[in-house]
Design a protein around this ligand. Structure first.
Ligand code: ADP
Ligand code: MG
Length: 271
């Protein structure tokens, strides 16, 4: 069964989409069968993978409205081990309808049952708010990965997410692991950066990833050109950092399931 990970924080511009896309691509490079799902009606992860209205057949919108099943919404990508389900929300009317339908918090969890067996990892790119689509994502997830933009006072948003996880536990009768807190767009040495990272470590130390993602323009260029960084500029610092993150996640998950060991070793050789 796949490990299902939501990439979430109730704040925009912190690197959720960049992390979802590049982590999914890095896992795929390690030959982990990976499915990335765009939970954000804005559709940024689809654009980051080069999908346009013309190349999308059906997406989460059709699945949530029971027009198609999950299987029909799966799109192949340039990477053999990476599949993608776009949001496919193309108008305000569709967005309103999607948000209304998402009030039923269990839709994604039910829909994923039919496809999760085909994958090792399912990565969910969440919108910058809780409720609705994020609630759907979290309730379907085994774990949450929390990206925090370096140098911004993010503690409040992280606190809010942790409170929300408690609520999810109550309404969905399940606990969600914290896969980890990830510093993104990191520029070491500045005073604000140091202070915010120290705050995060003080409060959430045991959840912090050892890996952090540096600020690296190749990451935003890659998404502009519709590619994961590893296919745009394989040796850039951003792509290497996301490979390292994938390795850290694989190594941790080895403790849960032993067949992942060879993949972690393969990534170590590549990085
Ligand atoms: P979110 O999904 O949380 O709104 P994004 O992943 O879209 O955030 O990132 C916000 C902006 O920052 C985008 O323009 C993206 O290209 C850019 N960005 C993200 N991570 C990095 C990074 N490590 N270095 C440089 N730019 C980044
Ligand atoms: Mg986003």
């Amino acid at each position: 069964m796949a490990r299902i990970i939501s990439v979430a924080l109730p704040k925009g511009g912190v690197g959720k989409t960049t992390t979802a896309v590049n982590l999914a691509a890095s896992l795929a490079v390690a030959e982990q069968r990976t499915l990335l799902i765009d939970m954000d009606t804005f559709g940024a992860s689809g654009l980051s993978l080069g999908f346009t209205e013309g190349t999308v057949r059906a997406g989460l919108y059709e699945v949530f409205n029971f027009v198609t099943g999950m299987q029909e919404a799966i799109h192949k990508t340039e990477l053999k081990f990476l599949d993608f389900i776009p949001a496919n929300v193309r108008s305000m009317q569709m967005e309103e309808r999607m948000i209304r339908v998402a009030d039923n918090r269990g839709i994604l969890r039910n829909a994923l049952r039919s496809v999760a067996g085909q994958y090792d990892f399912v990565i969910l790119d969440c919108p910058p708010f809780l409720r609705g689509l994020s609630a759907n994502a979290l309730i379907a997830s085994d774990a949450v990965l929390i990206p925090v933009k370096s140098g911004h006072f993010a503690l409040e948003a992280v606190d809010r997410l942790f409170t929300y996880l408690e609520w999810v536990k109550e309404v969905a009768h399940k606990s969600i692991d914290v896969e980890g807190i990830l510093i993104t767009m990191h520029e070491p040495g500045t005073r604000v950066t140091d202070i915010t990272i120290r705050e995060l470590h003080a409060k959430y130390g045991k959840h912090m990833f050892a890996t952090s993602i540096p600020r690296n323009t190749a990451l935003s260029e890659a998404s502009f050109y519709g590619k994961p960084a590893i296919l745009y500029s394989a040796n850039c610092r951003g792509a290497s950092a996301y490979l390292k993150l994938a390795r850290e996640i694989l190594a941790r998950n080895v403790q849960r399931t032993s067949p992942l060991q060879p993949a972690a070793e393969q990534l170590s050789r590549q990085a």
